[in-house]
Design a protein around this ligand. Structure first.
Ligand code: ADP
Length: 466
């Protein structure tokens, strides 16, 4: 056995069950003893009464034949007391007492009955003696009544006489019920003790415990999920840190390389300008990267601290398009905006960042003479913001991956194009915070279309639904 015999009984529950069983067993025992004793005593009384009756009959027959002489001839030490009364109930003779001082007996139940019906009997406690007396009386042919009394042991006397066997029975019963209660308690508790908390549904358990087990199982699963998510998060964080360090290192190496050359004085006067340009470009790249990392870190922290306000989506898009006009012109890409003023309750800063990144990409990954269109439209309860371009397109198998951090479709080619590889992951995170749904549709060589669907809610409805 895995546990000591009493291990279960020492638990709180065990003690309680054990005590209850013992309590019930003792009550049942006491009750059965009481019932048994009363049954026994009434049986005993009946037997004694029968006996007394036949003795009375015999005595009556004897007196009828021999008169008083018969009584006087009887054994005086007998436990039987004989009383003889006349028709009026006056005592004529008594074996134990002086008949002269005895009161009239006509009122005694058995005597009254015998006077009336010829025979009477009764049982009562004597006032003088602390015992029960059985009486049996018979009317004789001359109208007098002969009564025989027998002292009967009371229940207590019987109990005292039976003390030894009764005690033995009680002791045995207590020991048996304790053993029984012990093993019963163990049996009741065992399924609870055996419950494997790591797999609570795999055990044989009480039906009453099922919801409890299911709850534990649920929590266990949730805990496992949380743990997995935590590990995954930690992995992503580590990967991100490694990537950021790597991305920072390359421009820094380029910058310090050129600076080194200039400092050493080996660079010709005429080459200093292009070198400075390179340093400037790389520094710009570094700034953009650091800014993107800062943005992403802030978005990662659950999007708290952003200012929600009633704002015009069209105006934000207009703002973005204007700020990118020069860039578009430099890339020989035409950029346009369509739609009309649409106000919604959102975070302007994030919406600006989304549209900016999408438009910036649409220009970057375009072709000379290509175009970019931003359109704002309403579709039922939603506002659609679409950024479409006539650019190089994204291969189908990369459509999901472009939203990953530092993922770029064609590394070797994209390197020539400015960018950090963080733009679309910023877009994805920002969209999530403002409850936007982001879709992309793209065809190689034909262009791409990014659609952000936002709930067209206003401050009042937003607050009401909170
Ligand atoms: P990047 O800084 O490289 O632009 P993004 O996260 O914004 O990083 O984009 C990830 C990659 O997705 C880009 O490197 C590019 O290969 C691809 N991509 C994004 N937008 C477009 C687009 N409009 N057309 C074609 N390819 C795109």
């Amino acid at each position: 056995m895995r546990f000591s015999w009493t291990a279960e009984l020492r638990t709180d529950m065990g003690r309680k069950i054990f005590k209850s069983i013992i309590f019930v067993a003792l009550i049942i025992m006491a009750a059965s003893l009481l019932i048994m004793m009363s049954a026994m005593s009434s049986f005993y009384t009946k037997e004694q009464m029968e006996q007394l009756r036949s003795e009375t009959e015999l005595l009556a027959a004897g007196i009828e034949l021999e008169g008083m002489d018969y009584i006087e001839g009887l054994d005086k030490d007998s436990s039987i007391r004989i009383t003889w009364v006349n028709q009026d109930g006056d005592v004529l003779y008594d074996t134990d007492m002086d008949s002269a001082i005895m009161e009239n007996h006509v009122a005694r139940e058995e005597i009254a009955e015998a006077l009336k019906d010829g025979y009477g009997e009764s049982a009562r406690f004597s006032n003088s003696l602390s015992e029960r007396l059985l009486y049996s009386a018979k009317r004789l042919s001359d109208g007098t009544v002969i009564r025989v009394a027998l002292a009967q042991a009371t229940a207590w006397t019987v109990l005292i006489n039976f003390a030894m066997p009764v005690t033995a029975v009680i002791v045995i019963a207590v020991i048996l019920s304790m053993l029984f209660a012990g093993s019963l308690t163990k049996r009741i508790i065992q399924p609870i003790n055996d419950m494997d908390l790591d797999a609570p549904l795999k055990n044989e358990i009480y039906i009453e415990m099922k919801p409890f087990a299911e709850r534990i199982d649920e929590q266990q699963k949730q805990l496992k999920k949380d743990k997995e998510a935590l590990i995954k998060n930690e992995q992503i964080r580590q990967e991100f840190t490694a990537n950021v360090s790597h991305e920072l290192k390359t421009p820094l190496q380029v910058i310090s390389g050129y600076a080194e050359l200039i400092r050493a004085g080996i660079v010709k006067e005429g080459d200093i300008r292009p070198f400075a340009d390179k340093i400037y470009t790389e520094a710009q790249r570094l700034t953009a990267l650091v800014e993107d990392v800062i943005d992403l870190t802030r978005l990662d922290n659950g999007g708290q601290g952003y200012q929600w306000e009633e704002t015009d989506v069209y105006m934000i898009a207009e703002n973005v398009v204007e700020s990118l006009l020069n860039t578009a012109e430099a890339e020989k890409v035409h950029i346009s905006l369509s739609g009309k003023s649409t106000r919604i309750y959102t975070v302007s800063q994030l919406l600006h960042s989304i549209i900016y990144n999408l438009c910036d990409n649409a220009i970057k990954y375009n072709r000379t003479g290509g175009s970019v269109n931003v359109s704002i439209s309403k579709a039922g309860e939603n506002v659609l913001i679409t950024v479409s371009d006539t650019g190089i397109g994204i291969p189908e198998d990369c459509l999901d991956r472009v939203f990953e951090r530092f993922y770029r479709v064609d590394k070797s080619r994209s390197k020539e194009v400015r960018g950090t590889g963080l733009g679309l992951s910023i877009v994805k995170h920002a969209a999530k915070i403002i409850d936007g749904d982001l879709k992309v549709d793209s065809h190689i060589g034909r262009g791409s279309e990014f659609t952000l669907t936002l709930p067209a809610r206003h401050k009042e409805t937003f607050m009401r639904n909170l």
